[in-house]
Design a protein around this ligand. Structure first.
Ligand SMILES: Cc1cc2nc3c(=O)[nH]c(=O)nc-3n(C[C@H](O)[C@H](O)[C@H](O)COP(=O)(O)OP(=O)(O)OC[C@H]3O[C@@H](n4cnc5c(N)ncnc54)[C@H](O)[C@@H]3O)c2cc1C
Length: 526
């Protein structure tokens, strides 16, 4: 009987994973002596910790070829720059990469700094210095993904080739485990070198990068007889201009000045739903105990993740960007505002588990809160961030409450230790959330009670809520034509990634950037 192309097997959590044992197990399952098996390759590895039993699911390819050219085809020497990419986040970087695979030259401009000087600005932030509006956790080389948890999973499989992005990252220094892990992640200690390696390969091919280059204007042209204007370049904050045939706008969800600029140019924007809330932090051993039961401290098991979701009053309340063994970080982009987010190192070895815990906000909620106009959602975010900043007392200190105090509607007077380096101010976080006049705190409270039934012990005085998590996604979409992927109002302008409303995370942003590149390639001779 012919052997199957793939085989899925369950492994006990402490079963050996050396080559000989894997071949023996696969051989036994197929009724073939290990020595008669063709080459096998582990393709996927996931952990299943349901019902108090921990096991691994392994997916093998049978008859796998040894020689895998990761991330092929590779970028090649490019021609003169025809495309300007604004933003060196995953969307912009992978757009440049996909263009370079086709020999199409581009210029990437980013308002932030390269990873090394950017790291110094993050350190200052942790020490309570004011945020640099061009260099922070959201802005700079590699975009918002560089100093993150680097989770690479996505549900957006239809939007592009997930495997392709993973292979490119692995080829540029991400841990090999991302090729097989069902929930791959890279970590903030490895991500910067991956991002630099990608840039350096593109530079060797002739792609140009400019950092410290904030775009403050779009150059447009209306040619005789044309129905609409065309984007022909960008103006930078230092007054210089860069000209090109196409402009990819991949500026992420925090570049509010770009939305203002587009609105002034008459480029259509649409309000979209987003989410607001807090970061919740537990001791990681507690989450391990809830998820793994008696095996919680077994050394082969990774810091346990979780995912929670509930609907309250027709609004989703959900965990977001959960970081096992991670740190809460100050992720604001504007002085006088406070935003928190989460990151982790590749080993996920911190004592804490944090996650966004957010409530869906619809455009109608934004109006109800008194914020009008297309940019009302951004004004609302900014208001909340400024209230959080005041409540924390400045210097990036964040307002926080024990979860038990929060559900009992009282302020906290003490707080447990936390991963958040700039420091916490014990208060009633609900006061910050309620300042918008929307029932965010109430919905969180009700969902927390449900979450505690799903994960017994989740609602504990050892856990804290830290405010505010306000940048889960952009409150604005930049519409684009479904066929040409251009703005319907400005020919040659390609909105891309999370800031344009077409991605929600590193993977989907990268895939969206590649999709834009493939579209541009149909218009540009290499
Ligand atoms: C702390 C943190 C942790 C995160 N963790 C994860 C995670 O684990 N997994 C995950 O999938 N996602 C995570 N995210 C979200 C993820 O980083 C984003 O979804 C993703 O980076 C979006 O990619 P993008 O290319 O669309 O935009 P961005 O990554 O936001 O990049 C936009 C780029 O545009 C530049 N820019 C903005 N305005 C201008 C301008 N006017 N001129 C020039 N350049 C400009 C910025 O400097 C920035 O580099 C995290 C985000 C943060 C902040």
């Amino acid at each position: 009987m012919p052997l199957p192309a793939e085989l899925s097997l369950d492994f006990a959590f402490d079963e050996p994973t050396d080559e000989a044992h894997l071949r023996a197990r696969v051989g036994r399952a197929l009724g073939v002596a290990p020595s008669d098996l063709p080459p096998i390759a582990l393709r996927k590895r996931s952990i299943d910790a349901r019902h108090g039993v921990v096991r691994f699911h392994l997916l093998f390819e049978i008859g796998a070829s040894d020689a895998v050219d990761l991330g092929a085809p590779h970028p090649r020497e490019v021609g003169p720059s025809r495309v300007i990419i604004v933003g060196d986040g995953p969307a912009g970087l992978f757009c440049a990469y996909e263009l370079a695979r086709r020999g199409i030259g581009c210029t990437v401009v980013d308002r932030g700094k390269t990873v090394q000087p950017r790291r110094h600005d993050l350190k200052s932030l942790h020490q309570g210095e004011a945020v640099d509006a061009d260099s922070n956790y959201c802005f700079g080389e590699g975009g918002a993904g560089t100093y993150s948890d680097g989770k690479l999973y996505t549900r957006a499989h239809k939007r592009g080739n997930v495997r392709d992005v993973i292979e490119i990252l692995a080829r540029h220094g991400a841990p090999e485990a991302i090729l097989t892990d069902a929930r791959p992640h890279i970590g903030s200690n490895r991500l910067p070198q991956v991002v630099v390696s990608l840039r350096e390969e593109l530079e060797r091919c002739g792609v140009t990068f400019h950092f410290g280059a904030r775009v403050v204007g779009l150059l447009t042209l209306l040619t005789r007889g044309a129905a609409r204007r065309r984007a022909v370049g960008v103006r930078l904050a230092d007054g210089s201009e860069i000209h090109g045939d196409h402009v990819v706008l991949a500026t992420g969800h925090s570049a509010s000045d770009i939305y203002v600029l587009l609105a002034e140019l008459g480029v259509r924007l649409e309000p979209k739903s987003f989410a607001l809330g807090v970061r919740i932090e537990h001791p990681q051993p507690l989450i391990n105990r809830i998820q793994y039961g008696p095996l919680a401290s077994h050394p082969t098991l990774p810091a346990a993740p979780y995912r929670l979701a509930e609907t309250v009053d027709e609004r989703g309340v959900f965990s977001f960007c959960m970081c096992p063994g991670g740190f809460i970080v100050p992720a604001s982009t504007e002085p006088g505002g406070l935003v928190v987010n989460g990151m982790s190192l590749s080993k996920r070895s911190s004592h804490y588990a944090n996650s966004g815990l957010v409530v869906g906000v619809e455009p109608s909620d934004v109006e109800r809160a008194g914020f009008r106009g297309i940019l009302g959602g951004i004004d609302l975010q900014r208001r909340l961030e400024s209230v959080a900043f005041e409540a924390g007392g400045g210097r990036s200190r964040a307002p926080a409450s024990r979860v038990t105090d929060f559900v009992n509607k009282r302020a906290s007077s003490t707080l447990p230790a936390s991963s958040y380096v700039p420091g916490l101010a014990a208060t009633n976080v609900a006061d910050v959330l309620d300042s918008l006049g929307l029932p965010i705190a109430d919905r969180l409270r009700r969902a927390l009670r449900v979450f505690d039934r799903k994960m017994r012990g989740y609602l504990t005085e050892e856990a804290i809520l830290v405010g505010v998590e306000s940048r889960t996604s952009s409150p604005v979409r930049i519409p684009r034509d479904p066929e040409t992927l251009e703005s319907p109002d400005l020919q040659g302008l390609f909105p891309a990634g999370e800031g344009a409303g077409y991605a929600g995370g590193i993977m989907s942003a990268a895939m969206d950037g590649m999709r834009i590149a493939r579209q541009i390639a149909t218009l540009v001779p290499a």
